[in-house]
Design a protein around this ligand. Sequence first.
Ligand SMILES: [Zn+2]
Length: 293
Amino acid sequence: MKTDTLYRGSLCKDQYRFFAAETTTIVQTARDLHDLAPLPSILMGRLLTAAALMSGELKAPKSELSLRVEGDGALKGGIALADKEGNLKGYAFEPQLWLEPPSENFLVGKNLGQGILTIMKQSGLKAPYSGTIELVDAEIANDLAHYYLQSEQLPTAVNLGVLIDPSARIRSAGGFIIQQLPFADTAIAKKLNDNLMNTPNVSDLMDMGLGIMDILKQFVFKDIEWKQSNQTPLYYYCNCSKERFARALLLLGEKELSELPDGISPVCHYCNKEYHFSGEEIQELIQALQEQK
Ligand SMILES: [Zn+2]
């Protein structure tokens, strides 16, 4: 399968910056790993693409961010994580949701309902940052634009596209973020807005074989000076390990652990890998806790 890519760049001598991503392989991987039904596939496609785009801002080594959306509708929500190295992972809260009539299974906003979007950023150096907004239309792109304006005072255009066919194959996924930086010429914003209005559906264009940068070049950046600064690969990758799960089990404490004489087999939410801890291994964890005292 083709490797996904994140592109970074700027417009008009750094008055605006942009991030663009092709995420078809990542979204297909998430769909297959979690056996996602169409509606949660589209939701996760948008969340993973948004996380990929936002990861373009991460600067410190080992920094990471997450987007978590929670709604009161049948779709409930999902979470996507991205790190500076371009590793993405996520899961949906209702992975196998199927609604009747079938046309409902394309309506993310309606079936997510009212709720919140929470963004967390962790750089390892600074204290973790967290920002929450109420969902605007629960279609994710507008919600993310609202988050940027409200929490970071950055006027932002967000476009997220996921196209899925009836056999649950992801035909295309990708998107872009364009941000107006302080002291930008607002006449360029008007030109950009006009161009965005005249841009056909991004996932349809990608399905026709256009790369995300072709789309930006031909439609969104038409008659606007722009420059790509770099491009880096994106992957679906989960960094879970038995050690991480052991650390999580230790947090349960002695009493809870002593109630697991036959062991336990926790499953990773992000990649569905199962880790088995036998009764003896649980005993070892209890011993480790006792030795810490
Ligand atoms: Zn995992």
